[in-house]
Ligand binder design. Structure first.
Ligand code: UDP
Length: 450
């Protein structure tokens, strides 16, 4: 039965990346349950599957991206798409507003903090805009100060200072900084400035996070961006990400896990964006094989640089890997993490993956690729102490050791116990009466009054 409608429509506009589409469509579901009608405007590139969400209206806009621009890496793709999509987005939004029925007022736009033109477009159309941030609030809070941190002279980092905390950005360590900034350096500054400035002009900031994970950062966020902040919990606690998957999920993962012992499997995935070299790929393969632990490994096609999929593995290595493990192109991750057989997660610590792991109580081995992953992994290993950090050492011995410690040794048990405590706290937060649950009500009321 269709839930009661409240006569208001919300327009959503996700960034076309898996880690941004999942939360946006989960948010769509959260708001739909509370009576809002939903229109999703999306680019042609990485278009979400409308047929998986029959309750929402989907409107596609052209993005003008060429195949080479799509291959160019996330930062340049985002820069290009921000240039190309403004005018089609403006036209589309204007049309939606013109055609909106009297009985169903369009109340606001909610879009990703990475869109740079949406604040101006929505202001020109007199439509309030809320920002969805898919990073941990601690990371987003650092946007205004990242240019300053870059010029502080911490880089290049000497060995003796590598483990020092960055004073302006704890618990980040100085050795993490080069991977936060990547090769972009000062080219990032205008982007960061625009994101901060447009967020300050917005009508609110929504985080997939909760007080149990970062109360102080959420308070600080409110001070920095001077807008109401809503931390409504890990979105996938309310709605699975499966239906918004851009890739075909290998459903044989679950029957394979059914045949494994409880908490015996190490799940390995580096998300939808991180790439690795062939050498790193082979080191991970040997490390997993030598650990003698069952594993389920997602190797996204194209994620090993220079290879289509797993062809750099020799036949001998494939057969030794197949003795204990399974390699797939894309997994139903949330279901995998929730499976009783999964006992650990070797992850790149994207914020979605980190939250999904916490919610299922699965301890982690941290192999962050860059940007916010560097901070998320520090929280996992150094603050919450619910995982082991590989410190970027993609070496077979290190991987084998980390898997063993996590899955077999007493240190692994202690990590598991701490993980259980954190999982329970976050779980309470999304239940009736919990802080995230209440924050959804506050958000819904905020939108009603816009
Ligand atoms: N994911 C999935 N199957 C996979 C790997 C990832 O469904 O094999 C999902 C995962 O559950 C998460 C998202 O893809 O919701 C990845 O988002 P995250 O923020 O962790 O990383 P990103 O891909 O943005 O780097």
């Amino acid at each position: 039965m269709e839930e009661k409608r409240n006569g208001l429509r919300v327009i959503l506009f996700p960034l076309p990346l898996q880690g941004c589409i999942n939360p946006m469509l989960q948010l769509a579901n959260i708001l739909h349950v509370r009576g809002f009608s939903i229109t999703v405007i999306h680019t042609r590139f990485n278009a979400p599957k409308a047929s998986s969400h029959p309750l929402f209206t989907f409107l596609q806009i052209p993005d003008g991206l060429s195949e080479t621009e799509i291959q160019d890496g996330v930062m340049s793709l985002l820069a290009q798409i921000n240039l190309n999509a403004e005018s089609p987005f403006r036209d589309c939004l204007r049309k939606v507003l013109l055609e909106s029925k009297e009985s169903e007022r369009v109340t606001c736009l909610i879009d990703d903090c990475g869109w740079l033109f949406t604040q101006s477009v929505s202001e020109s159309l007199k439509l309030p805009r809320l920002v969805l941030c898919t990073f941990k609030a601690t990371f987003f809070n650092a946007y205004p100060s990242l240019p300053l941190i870059r010029t502080k002279g911490y880089l290049p980092v000497s060995d003796s200072e590598a483990e020092d905390s960055v004073p302006e950005f704890p618990p980040l360590q100085k050795r993490d900084l080069s991977k936060v900034f990547g090769e972009f350096g000062e080219k990032l500054d205008p982007f960061l400035h625009a994101v901060v400035e447009t967020t300050i002009r917005s009508s609110g900031l929504i985080y997939m996070s909760c007080e149990e994970l970062e109360k102080d950062s959420l308070t600080l966020s409110n001070e920095i961006f001077k807008v109401p902040v809503f931390a409504i919990g890990p979105f996938h606690s309310y709605f699975s990400a499966s239906s918004s998957s851009l890739f075909t999920q290998d459903e044989t993962c679950i029957p394979w896990l059914d045949d494994q012992e409880d908490k015996s499997v190490i799940y390995v995935s580096l998300g939808s964006v991180v790439n690795i070299t062939e050498t790193e790929f082979l080191e991970i393969a040997c490390g997993l094989s030598n650990s003698k632990q069952p594993f389920l490994w997602v190797v996204r096609p194209g994620s090993v640089l220079g290879a289509k999929w797993i062809e750099p593995l020799s036949e001998g290595l494939v057969s030794s890997l197949e003795e204990k493990g399974k390699i797939v192109k894309w997994a139903p991750q949330q279901e995998v993490l929730a499976h009783r057989a999964t006992g650990g997660f070797l992850t790149h610590n994207g914020w979605n993956s980190t939250l999904e792991s916490i919610c299922e109580g699965v301890p982690m081995i941290c192999l962050p690729g860059g940007w916010d992953q560097m901070l998320n992994s520090r929280f996992v290993s150094d603050i919450w102490k619910i995982g082991i950090h590989l410190e970027g050492r993609i070496e077979k011995k290190e991987i084998e050791k980390a898997v063993r410690v996590l899955m077999e040794e007493s240190e692994g048990n202690k990590i598991r116990e701490r993980m259980k405590v954190l999982k329970d706290e976050v779980e309470k937060s999304v239940k009736q009466g919990g802080s995230s649950f209440q924050s959804i009500e506050t958000l819904a009321n905020h939108i009603l009054l816009l």
